[in-house]
Design a protein around this ligand. Structure first.
Ligand SMILES: NC(=O)c1ccc[n+]([C@@H]2O[C@H](COP(=O)([O-])OP(=O)(O)OC[C@H]3O[C@@H](n4cnc5c(N)ncnc54)[C@H](O)[C@@H]3O)[C@@H](O)[C@H]2O)c1
Length: 337
């Protein structure tokens, strides 16, 4: 299938590499309005000038493609999605669907109206740790989980002057959506409400709040706390964060991306703590996303992480921001309006 890569910044580079190692995909055009970015990108990836376009409209007039990989900033996603769907193309869109929830809903509605496949790149859940944890929890290895604590501490977005450091609530919105989507996937439950508090540690380099605690209530009274800091200069967690899932029969923890099942009380006869080998995956991360997207298009079915489903993960970021701003618990239903 033929793809157009729209937006030639940092993330697009890895998408080009992923496409180049996937035999089922050919990139027929690249779109980038900034001449400097175009030149840098072409030089770094050894792309001749012919397939480089200034706008998606120009590219659509000149090449025949099946889908778009949208790697533009979130505020541009609606424009890219609408033009692509209208032209009959499917869209593999970088997260988040949009920086505006109403726009995100319009994008999803358009994908349904035009009957085009629309998938969001929630690559975190396509990793071995979450896949194995999801499978183990389904098998009830610790009984029915009742509470979860997730810690996430990073020196994140260290290049100042980007939208990541200049705009408000970027950590919750940009990184939060990965972890919130992981919660929905790993726990196989949906969020009902959230209380969140955000703040900015005094030594940080982000203009917006770079730290938060969010307490989610999921279906079945499952309580999930997410505590995080984007200007952490001390011990860093992995990108997945450190997880502790507690049930009536023990705990499942992710420690440095390794999984452990622990039964400590009452003392078990056998050793109570063991590391669980991670499931092997033929492909993971972006490669797995691309494989899922291509399969969904071919089979004319809804992909995992479809835009429709991903609205529920995105809504969690908007609910957190609303809760922090209004200093109250926010029901997820309020975000869907
Ligand atoms: N899934 C992940 O783990 C992950 C990681 C990094 C970034 N991202 C996402 O990827 C997207 C891009 O992020 P980035 O870090 O590459 O940003 P970036 O700023 O490096 O690149 C975006 C590029 O899009 C270009 N652009 C702007 N308007 C455009 C338009 N109308 N048409 C075509 N191109 C346009 C910009 O000039 C820029 O070159 C964001 O949504 C971001 O959240 C996801």
């Amino acid at each position: 299938m033929n793809a157009i890569v729209v937006g030639c910044g940092g993330r697009a580079r890895s998408w080009v590499e992923v496409c180049r190692r996937n035999k089922g995909v050919g990139i027929v055009a690249y779109v980038e309005p900034s001449p400097e970015q175009r030149a840098k990108f072409a030089a770094a990836l050894q792309i001749p000038s012919e397939p480089l376009f200034v706008s998606l409209r120009d590219a659509l007039k000149s090449v025949k493609a099946d889908f778009v990989i949208d790697v533009t900033p979130p505020a541009v996603h609606e424009e890219v999605a609408m033009q692509s769907f209208e032209a009959g193309l499917h869209v593999l869109g970088e997260k988040p669907i949009s920086d505006d929830f109403a726009a995100a809903k319009r994008i999803v509605a358009a994908s349904e109206r035009y009957k085009r496949t629309h998938m969001i790149t929630q690559n975190y859940r396509f990793g071995a740790t979450p896949r194995t944890a999801h499978r183990l929890l389904k098998r009830r290895v610790i009984g029915k989980p009742g509470q979860v604590a997730i810690g996430f501490y990073k020196a994140w977005a260290t290049r100042t002057g980007t939208h990541y450091t200049e705009l408000p609530f970027m950590f919750v919105k940009d990184m939060g959506v990965h972890h919130f989507d992981l919660m929905r996937y790993v726990l196989a439950k949906e969020p009902v409400k959230v209380w969140a508090r955000t703040w900015n540690p005094p030594w940080g380099w982000h203009k917006g709040d770079a730290a938060h605690t969010a307490v989610f209530e999921f279906t079945d009274n499952l309580m999930v706390t997410h505590h995080a800091c984007a200007c952490c200069v001390g011990k860093q967690t992995p990108w997945n964060g450190e997880w502790r899932i507690d049930g009536p029969e023990g705990s499942l923890t992710w420690e440095e991306d390794k999984l452990f099942i622990t039964y400590e009380y009452p003392a078990a006869l056998e050793k109570s703590r063991r590391e669980v080998p991670l499931d092997t995956m033929p492909v993971s991360g972006q490669d797995a996303i691309l494989a899922e997207f291509l399969a969904a298009v071919k089979e004319a079915r809804e992909p995992e992480c479809s835009g429709r489903d991903n609205l529920k993960s995105l809504a969690m970021t908007f609910a957190c921001v609303k809760s922090a701003q209004e200093k109250r618990t926010v029901e997820m239903a309020e975000i869907f309006g």
